[in-house]
Design a protein around this ligand. Structure first.
Ligand SMILES: [Zn+2]
Length: 278
């Protein structure tokens, strides 16, 4: 018998789902726990209850990291960085979500473009939200899978459809996990009836592998991670990144090429969209 997450919810109520789910199927390293988020966690992570002080305490502020795209390949480029107050087209972000600050990177790409896992990891959350989020998937990565000394999470949003992945499924760096879409953007004040096809990539981290999986995923005692820090390597903490010299804030992006090569070969982490030959 196949037990769906929805069936579980009906049986035991939303509150118990995460813990039971972890016991049923997930392996070590995907430890959903049910914790009551404190005021700082709510202020830092809940989009419509954002509190700028709590956001700052949990690393949600601009670090100054900027991407350096490969000279030998053509990559889809981000047009709105982490904690930016503007969208890719230069317009101001709605203050309804995270007080107007961007929770990740936006990378415009045609609908249907394959999205790849940035690192080895495990599927820990699938969601279809109202509003701007659309369809999303979250992966969890152990420290040795990224090279950062913390447990990290990568979230991929506005997917074309719900990916055919189960919670607890292991994924490999560079594996196709979903397709670019515009879910959550169609009919919004910002993007209008046509919507806007792009990948939104968010990242968070925690000292342990524990997280809460409810309407959204929240790492226990978690912090926001500038997604570009994934590609740069340590440190993870926004406060430490902010203090780096300007030259150290330029982040050459490791990537997967259309012919399957990983560049540079030793990287653990790749840009979430394949780069074409130039
Ligand atoms: Zn975004």
């Amino acid at each position: 018998m196949k037990i769906s997450r929805a069936t579980l919810s009906a049986w035991i109520g939303i509150a118990g789902v995460a813990a039971v789910w972890a016991g049923l199927g997930a392996e070590a390293g995907a430890e959903a726990v049910d914790f009551e988020p404190d005021a700082e966690t709510i202020g830092a992570f809940f989009p419509q209850r954002a509190d700028p002080d709590a956001m700052r305490k949990r690393g949600f502020f601009a670090t100054g990291l900027t991407p350096v795209y490969p000279s030998g390949a053509a990559c889809f480029e981000a047009n709105s960085l982490f904690a930016s107050t503007t969208r890719g087209d230069g317009s101001g972000r709605t203050r309804r979500f995270y007080a107007g600050y961007h929770g990740g990177l936006d990378i415009p790409a045609p609908e249907g473009t394959p999205i790849i896992a940035v690192a080895d990891g495990i599927v820990v959350h699938l969601a279809e939200g109202d509003g701007i989020g659309g369809i999303g998937v979250v992966l969890q990565h152990a420290p040795e899978q990224t090279g950062l000394p913390v447990w990290t999470y990568t979230e991929y949003k506005h997917l074309r459809e719900m990916p055919g992945l189960e919670i607890g499924r292991k994924v490999k760096r560079g594996e196709v996990i979903a397709f670019v879409g515009k879910t959550g953007t169609v009919g919004s004040r910002a993007y209008g009836a046509a919507g806007h096809a792009h990948l939104h990539l968010s990242a968070w981290y925690g000292a342990t592998d524990k997280f809460r999986s409810a309407r959204m995923l929240t790492p226990k005692d978690g912090h926001w991670l500038d997604p570009l820090a994934l590609f740069r390597g340590p440190p993870a903490a926004s406060g430490e990144i902010e203090k780096l010299p300007t030259a150290a804030k330029k982040v050459p992006l490791p990537y997967k090429a259309a012919d399957g090569r990983i560049v540079p070969a030793e990287t653990k982490v790749v840009w979430p969209l394949v780069c074409a030959a130039k």
